[in-house]
Design a protein around this ligand. Structure first.
Ligand code: ATP
Length: 268
């Protein structure tokens, strides 16, 4: 891990992601501008919230941030260097440094692997350690996310939804990342465990000095965890600032609409 806190680990410059949608014609396809000119950065030690309604491009932006999706145009910088110009080792380093936690742990975890195998896989893929050190790492990871060591031998469907999301978080931590991108990490969970998982993420971010990108449609949840908030609408970041700035003095009409429609943390 890098000790620097202020240099962005990932920086996006004028990112566009366009998808071909259904319909249209061969020479006149329907184009969805899922992300439409976004500048964004995240450093260690900060939580950046991305909030916006369903379909505004949050998940597409997340997949560019973690290197799963190539933008149609624009530049992704990883530790200050153009990620697209990195060699295989550099791309592997990107994958190691920026981890992702998806919305639904039931689909994000391989149901045929034990939890131990799920946590060991990233270490094997990156050639880290031997059998003994990996087993010790699994025990460590489980403890960090508040699960007993005995969970290692369980299958994902033998633990609760909240525990499964803890396993997904442990997997994200396996390679000692700089940044965790959490895409609606509590939305698929029972209301009763949402706050626990949210608190786990914020505690881990603080204790490990991680950078976190927290993506949600719920502006109150984003406010609870974020140092800085980006409001997204129709593929663009229409407002950004500290939680206080965005909540107390929103400059954009869309932000005011979101705030007006915001339910509350009671939904957690
Ligand atoms: N592979 C794809 N092909 C075509 N259109 C896509 C594709 N992926 C996303 N889109 C479209 O791009 C837009 C942005 O989608 P995206 O999933 O990034 O939004 P989101 O804010 O994360 O929404 P949600 O919270 O519902 O996932 C939507 O209109 C979506 O239908």
């Amino acid at each position: 891990m890098s000790a620097e806190t202020n240099t962005p680990v990932v920086e996006l410059r004028d990112i566009h992601v366009h998808h071909r949608a259904r319909g249209g014609k061969l020479f006149a396809p329907n184009i969805v501008r899922a992300v439409n000119g976004v500048d964004f950065s995240v450093s260690r030690g900060e939580t950046v919230g991305i909030v916006g309604e369903s379909g505004c491009g949050k998940s597409t932006l997340a997949s560019v941030l973690v290197g799963l999706q190539e933008p149609t145009s624009g530049t992704v910088l990883f530790r200050g260097k153009d990620a697209s110009k990195r060699n295989a080792a550099g791309r592997k380093e990107f994958g190691r440094s920026v981890a992702v936690v998806f919305q639904d742990p039931s689909t994000a975890l391989n149901p045929r692997l034990t939890i131990s195998d799920i946590l060991t896989d990233p270490l094997k893929i990156h050639g880290i350690g031997n059998a003994a050190s990996r087993a010790a790492k699994v025990t460590d990871l489980l403890s960090v996310v508040g699960l007993p060591a005995s969970a290692a031998s369980a299958m994902p469907n033998q633990v609760s939804g909240g525990q499964r999301q803890r396993v997904a978080i442990a997997r994200a931590l396996a390679l000692d990342p700089d940044i965790i991108v959490a895409d609606e990490p509590t939305s698929a969970l029972d209301v009763s465990v949402r706050a626990q998982v949210l608190n786990l993420l914020t505690d881990l971010k603080a204790s490990l000095n991680l950078g976190m990108v927290f993506i949600s449609h719920d502006i109150q949840t984003v406010r609870y965890v974020s140092d800085r908030i980006c409001v997204m609408n129709a593929g663009q970041i229409v407002e950004q600032g500290t939680a206080a700035q965005v909540f107390e003095n929103p400059s954009n009409e869309y932000t005011r609409t979101l705030l007006g429609a915001a339910p509350s943390l009671l939904q957690l």
